[in-house]
Design a protein around this ligand. Structure first.
Ligand code: FPP
Length: 250
């Protein structure tokens, strides 16, 4: 069995932070605003979180911007989320590129509006060689779908004689996932007091530290990110082995 992908850099700083941005609706309702206004503020918070992650030296940040279950929301709300996505892809791509960010999108993009697919392709192509930070947007993403589609790709390759079943292990299987070239998250943050994983990066989060905060996503600031990173720095990651700092306590 292969070892999990471990964070081998500065152990106190997560290399990859994945965020479930939750609470836009409740933030808006509490202020007598529409849910759309909550998402708008949430999108601004996402932009600031990326900036803050870059300043802290985090190399990968994944944002769960639209889940495969979000299609079940009222059509107007889905439409508003697509409009926001369109707006930010148009407005922020050049700025992110200027700041050395590489943009990657995971999820089933075939169900997204065609012009958004074009904007995504453009953003990915423009920024593909940047190295300061990788910003992964999870759009129409589901963790189980990711694993099923990886298993199907692998099965196809085995059937065609292009892959050897006896050579498949955890590491090589990871390469078939939508995050194939991205290290596993070290830290997962979920806002708004919910403590569920909600079909996010299921395989990839096997060894992630999980951090839940009551802060609603539109209020999430650099200070909140720093708090989550401080929580991470205080954890003793053992990957199933024994504790480094507490001797035999495990
Ligand atoms: C959860 O709030 C948030 C989402 C459904 C997706 C996250 C979207 C954004 C941060 C806006 C930016 C998005 C794009 C696509 C650019 P909620 O509506 O579930 O909040 P609630 O649980 O309080 O109702």
């Amino acid at each position: 069995m292969s070892a999990p992908q471990q964070n081998t850099g500065n152990e106190k700083l997560p290399r990859h932070v994945a965020i479930i941005m939750d609470g836009n609706g409740r933030w808006a309702t509490a202020r007598g605003l529409t849910r759309t206004e909550g998402h708008r503020k949430g999108a601004e918070a996402a932009r600031h979180a990326v900036e803050a992650a870059g300043e802290l030296g985090i190399k990968y940040i994944t944002l769960f911007a639209f889940s495969s279950e979000n299609w079940n929301r009222p059509a107007d709300e889905v439409n508003d989320l697509m409009n926001l996505l369109r707006y930010y892809l148009k407005k922020e791509t050049a700025e992110l590129h200027k700041n050395g960010a590489r943009i990657r999108v995971i999820g089933d993009r075939t169900a997204l509006p065609h012009d958004i697919v074009k904007l995504i392709e453009n953003a990915e192509n423009l920024t593909r060689d940047n190295t300061k930070i990788t910003v992964v947007l999870a759009l129409n993403y589901g963790g189980r779908q990711d694993i099923v589609s990886a298993a199907k790709d692998l099965a196809k390759q085995v059937k065609a004689g292009e892959a050897d079943l006896s050579q498949i292990d955890e590491n090589s299987f990871s390469g078939y996932l939508m995050t194939g070239d991205i290290p596993d998250p070290d830290l997962m943050i979920r806002t708004s007091g919910e403590s569920r994983i909600s079909n996010f990066l299921l395989w990839q989060m096997a060894y992630a530290e999980l951090y839940f905060t009551d802060t609603l996503w539109p209020d999430f600031s650099k200070k909140d990110l720093e708090q989550a990173v401080a929580y991470f720095a205080g954890r003793d990651r053992r990957y199933g082995g024994l504790s480094q700092s507490h001797g035999m306590q495990g």
